[in-house]
Structure formats: C-alpha cells, structure tokens
Design a binder for this molecule. Structure first.
Ligand code: SAH
Length: 210
C-alpha cells in the first residue's frame, strides 16, 4: 500500500528544492488521513479529513515550504516557523523535518486532538501544537522566521505581519474576489513587500475556536 515517493505532478515549472522533497519522502501521509482515504494517501491531491476540512495536496505543501526556503540563505534551515491550520497534522510534520521549531495552531478541537494522536508516534520534539484562533498568531514565541497558513482569508491578519521577523517570509492563500491566490509577504527593516504566486483553493480562514 505504501507508494513512495508521492509523484508531485502539478504544474511545477522548476525542479523542487531537494530539502523539501526529502521531507515529503520522510513523512508517511497515509498515517494522517482517515482509514477510508488510505488507498489515496499517495496521490497528489487534497483529501477530506472530516469536519469540512481537507489535507492539502502534497504538491502545494511542498511549494509553500519551497517558497519559505527561497528566502533563507543557503545552508540555513527554516528557523522558527508558525503554521496556521494544523488540520490532520501532515504539513506540521513535514515542516518539523526542515525547521528548528514549529508551532502549529488549529481552531477545531476534534482536529487538534486527532493531529496530536497522529503525530505522537513520530516523536517530533521540535513541534508544538496549540488549540486556538490562528488569526491572532501566537505571540509568546514571536518573532517567526517563517509563517505559513493552510487557510485563506480576504486579508492577511495584522498579527501575522507583526509576528514575522525582519528577514522572514509569510506564505498564505489570499481571497481576491472570486479567486484565491498564493501570496508571500517578506519583511524588511523598511517594511513589508507582497508578491502573488499561482491560483489556489484552500479552506476559509475562520475566526474563533470550536
Ligand atoms: N495543514 C493541513 C491543512 C489543513 S486545512 C495539512 O497538512 O493538510 C486548514 C485547517 O485550517 C483546517 O483544519 C481549519 O480548521 C483550520 N483553520 C481555519 N481557520 C483557522 C484559524 N483561524 N486558526 C487556526 N486554524 C484554522
């Protein structure tokens, strides 16, 4: 049943960063999906994880992490990373393979609980899960070298911009009318600069916890 590596076939224009591919290879995606989705775990597509949420398509997980690496100098890891939208915990596990520390926030208690259970056997000591509203970021561990959101709103919350380190990069889906785009925001001493990448489809960024 284990079909590794996942074949990442989605419109990549350049070869993927080998550090990202290695992290994708290390994390068993079948361990993060509901049992009835296991036969599809190594297909390059999103899958339902219940509660109206999805596990992201592997290619998009890889692409977002690659965009974070682009901003680091060679030989540097990702440093301290904040993830908004733990979901089943898959991307958090991939991030933990390439970052010094990962804080991942989920607003839905049942998903938070199940991500904790699914991640436990991997013993990722540099990963911390938080049950909370990620729109306010996570101030106690700020600033972050990288912030990545798996849910898209129609604006980038101010807390994320404030909690991003100078020299850091944020990657998130952003709603613009009927379309959603992957955007990066880089923070410099002088301020923030935004860049738009491809069109994407992520679940909505919601407020409050449940
Ligand atoms: N990272 C996951 C993708 C999960 S889908 C993966 O590896 O596949 C996005 C998740 O974001 C959902 O679980 C949803 O509940 C969560 N979410 C939406 N708004 C949020 C918010 N304000 N704070 C934290 N999590 C949020």
């Amino acid at each position: 049943m284990l079909k590794l590596p996942i074949y990442l076939d989605n419109n990549a224009t350049t070869p993927m960063d080998p550090r990202v591919l290695e992290a994708i290879r290390q994390v068993p995606r079948h361990a993060f999906v509901p049992a009835w989705q296991e036969p599809y775990a190594y297909d390059d597509r999103p899958l339902s994880i219940g509660h109206g949420q999805t596990i992201s398509q592997p290619w998009i997980v890889a692409r977002m992490i690659e965009l974070l690496f682009e901003r680091r100098t060679s030989g540097q890891g990702l440093g301290r990373v904040l993830e908004i939208g733990t979901g089943c915990g898959y991307q958090a596990a991939v991030l933990a393979c390439v970052a010094r520390t990962v804080i991942s926030i989920e607003r839905l208690r049942p998903l938070f609980d199940s991500a904790r259970d699914k991640l436990a056997p991997l013993r990722l000591t540099n990963l911390r899960l938080v049950h909370g509203d990620g729109r306010v970021g996570h101030a106690p561990n700020a600033p972050y070298d990288a912030i990545v959101s798996a849910a898209g709103g129609d604006e980038i919350p101010d807390a994320w911009l404030q909690q991003l380190a100078v020299g850091g990069r944020l990657v998130a889906p952003l709603q613009d009318g009927a379309s959603q785009w992957l955007v990066t925001v880089d923070r410099e001493e002088s301020g923030w600069s935004r860049q738009r990448h491809g069109a994407v489809r992520f679940v909505p960024l919601r407020s409050g916890i449940a």
